[in-house]
Structures are given as C-alpha cells and as structure tokens.
Design a protein around this ligand. Sequence first.
Ligand code: SF4
Length: 153
Amino acid sequence: MGTLENPVLRLVDRARRRSAWLYHFNAGACNGCDIELVACLTPRYDVEQLGIRLEGSPRHADILCVTGPVTRSTREALTIIHAQIPDPKVVVAIGSCPATCNVFAGSPMIAGPVDQVIPVDVYIAGCPPRPHSIIQGIAQAIEILVARKETGR
Ligand code: SF4
C-alpha cells in the first residue's frame, strides 16, 4: 500500500504539513543562539501557537536547527542525527557560527561550518540572531518542507 493510500500515513502527512517539529542541535555554540531559539518558545513569541515545537527525538522531527560551528567532537553526532530525521527534512543554520565559524574560525577544535558536514537549506544571520529573524527563517524552512513533500524530493 502506497503512502497516499494508507490512511494513517495520509494523516501523518497532513499533520507534518501543518505543524513543523524542530530538533535543535548545538554543534559547538556559545549558547547565545540557543537562548534566542528558546526565547521563540516563550509566551512573548509563542511559536507553539503556529504549530512549531521543539521535539526531543530527531526521528520525530521535520526541521534540524543547528547552532554553533561544528567541532571535531560533534561532527559525527551531527551526521548521525541528520540521518535519523525522516525525509523530507530541512536544515536551518542559526547564527553566524554554523555559516562561517565566526569567532571560532581557526581554532584547532573546529571541524568547519555546518555545510561541510551536512547540506544546509536556510541560513539565519546574526550573532546571535533575534527571535524575529529565527521565526522568519523557520517560516522559510516550512515553505521548503511543504514544497519537498509536494514534489516528493
Ligand atoms: S553566532 Fe554568536 S551567539 Fe551564536 S553561537 Fe556563534 S558566537 Fe555564540
């Protein structure tokens, strides 16, 4: 039975289009970007009312949010977590560190920016980016996710 013929999978598919579940991975951040991401969940920004929530398991997530540059010790874990998120998925790089390594560039402990380890779909600039920018980036990620669901890529 194909995905569209199976009523349970059809329901899961519909739910995934309407509410994006995020998995957050700190690849080596100073915690500044992590605090701003968590701020998006507070009553002030309240992204849960839009169906966006942080999920504790990558196997149940749609969008991988990465903060910080990739360190030599987190590189393998990032690869594994990325593989555990079911397709279609979207990767969001939050802050300057996952894009360029920022202030950590040149450190012997740094493996490199995120796109040297896994593909990145959305970059959110800032050190750290404000919650408004993070919400905007996640909205962009949801659009990409829906398009991938529709095209099956
Ligand atoms: S971008 Fe700035 S705030 Fe975010 S992890 Fe890097 S140094 Fe910290």
